[in-house]
Write a protein that binds this ligand. Structure first.
Ligand code: NAD
Ligand code: DAU
Length: 354
């Protein structure tokens, strides 16, 4: 079995992608997982049902900006690898309040690198050679594409939002700690994820929940912006593969080759809701409203995933059509998961208009 006897730190393991990584590690490997999360608004420990009573799982409520707390965790658990997914992740929030993005994404990554370096330097040679720190990043660091072309690992960074600029900064720090101090790091840059346990501020769950409530479906601008969608469980598998077999110092782009316009995504969700949860009032498409565009809205993202596919043999299993149907059904079946988020005060209001 993979990762037998190995301890892996997952930061941000109570978030959307981090929880998928933790579920995958618990279900499909023998790893001992330490989930390190500050528990911000975006977190939800109930996203890891298999954690309850699992002897291979432990949780630490720790901020990645807190060096002494990180140091205590490294000393206590002696990890073989670190997967850094702790971040502020929502572009619209970064427009209204960039400070928290700089704090967690930049200062937090810096703090984690410093503590990992300190720990790594103290390891005996075999453990030091095997240690890996995988930093999970985004395709948004590359900026916006025109109608043609793809982001490759060689594409120059050109971040346009406070969020993507903070992620780009963190990627540069990770690279520098590798080049300067030889800390064995890897970076992944992934496209838009979707799937179960996604906080409802993001496009897909936002539209599902609004559509079910018969509320307006706010499409920014003309709805022709393109995102390259990847089912979150495909991403989680890619990440553990990169941790296990990726080449130190390398970047791997991860994407599902599923480019869709936002309008297409929203109309697909409307169709699935109409099919699985019909409304007496008619098709949900009547709820679509074109609203003020996001400032600095990137037009198109598209990932060239050739490197991870050819080097590591990874392939996305879900197409957009199979993944979105699973996702809509999940939100219909797991209403209590997202209803609890609404009950604790999340209002799903428009933010980030500058
Ligand atoms: P998320 O917002 O759902 O979860 C982030 C998690 O990090 C939360 O549990 C939160 O409590 C935790 N966290 C935030 N600040 C922290 C801090 N200072 N210390 C410890 N924990 C903290 O985010 P996500 O969508 O799961 O994204 C995870 C990572 O993947 C991020 O780095 C993001 O940039 C990257 N990414 C996301 C996507 C996507 O489509 N969601 C795509 C590519 C890359
Ligand atoms: O590309 C990877 C990135 O994908 C990740 O790094 C980010 O963490 C993640 O949030 C996501 O960023 P986006 O900005 O692409 O995702 P979001 O769900 O916010 O928006 C997707 C698209 O939908 C975008 O073009 C804006 C648009 N949109 C979004 C919302 C919430 C709407 O038209 N209406 C909406 O209500």
């Amino acid at each position: 079995m993979r990762f037998r006897g190995l301890t892996i730190f997952v930061t941000g393991g109570a978030g959307f992608i981090g929880s998928a990584v933790v579920r995958h590690l618990l279900d499909d490997t023998d790893a001992f997982v330490v989930n390190i999360d500050k528990l911000t608004y975006a977190s939800n420990l109930s996203s890891i049902p298999q954690a309850a009573g699992n002897p291979r799982y432990t949780f630490a409520k720790v901020d990645i900006c807190d060096a002494p707390a990180l140091r205590a965790l490294f000393d206590r658990y002696q990890p073989h690898g670190v997967m850094n997914l702790a971040a502020e992740s929502h572009v619209d929030r970064s427009i209204d309040g960039p400070g928290e993005f700089i704090r967690t994404n930049v200062v937090g990554t810096f703090t984690l690198l410093q503590e990992a370096l300190r720990y790594w330097r103290g390891l005996e040679p075999a453990r030091r050679t095997a240690f890996r720190l995988l930093h999970v990043s985004t395709d948004e660091v590359y900026g916006s594409l025109g109608a043609e072309g793809f982001f490759t690992e060689a594409t120059a960074y050109q971040p346009n939002s406070p969020y993507s600029a903070s992620k780009a900064s963190s990627d540069h720090l990770v690279r520098a700690w590798r080049e300067t101090y030889e800390l064995p790091t890897l970076v992944t840059n992934c496209s838009n994820n979707y799937g179960p346990y996604h906080f409802p501020e993001k496009l897909i769950p936002h539209m599902i929940i609004k559509g079910l409530a018969e509320q307006e479906l706010p499409v920014y601008g003309d709805g022709q912006n393109i995102r390259d969608w990847l089912y979150v469980e495909d991403h989680a598998r890619a990440l553990t593969l990169v941790l296990e077999r990726g080449r130190v110092g390398q970047t791997y782009n991860i994407g599902g080759r599923n480019e869709r316009t936002n309008l297409h995504v929203v109309k697909t969700i409307c169709g699935l809701l109409d099919q699985h949860h019909p409304s007496n009032l008619g098709t949900r498409e009547r709820l679509i409203a074109f609203v003020t565009d996001r400032p600095g809205h990137d037009r198109r993202y598209a990932i060239d995933a050739t490197k991870i596919e050819s080097e590591l043999g990874w392939r996305a299993r879900e197409t957009f059509e199979t993944g979105i149907e699973k996702t809509v059904k999940w939100y219909l079946d797991q209403r209590s998961w997202w209803q609890e988020i609404l009950d604790r005060g999340y209002q799903a209001k428009r933010i980030g208009v500058g």
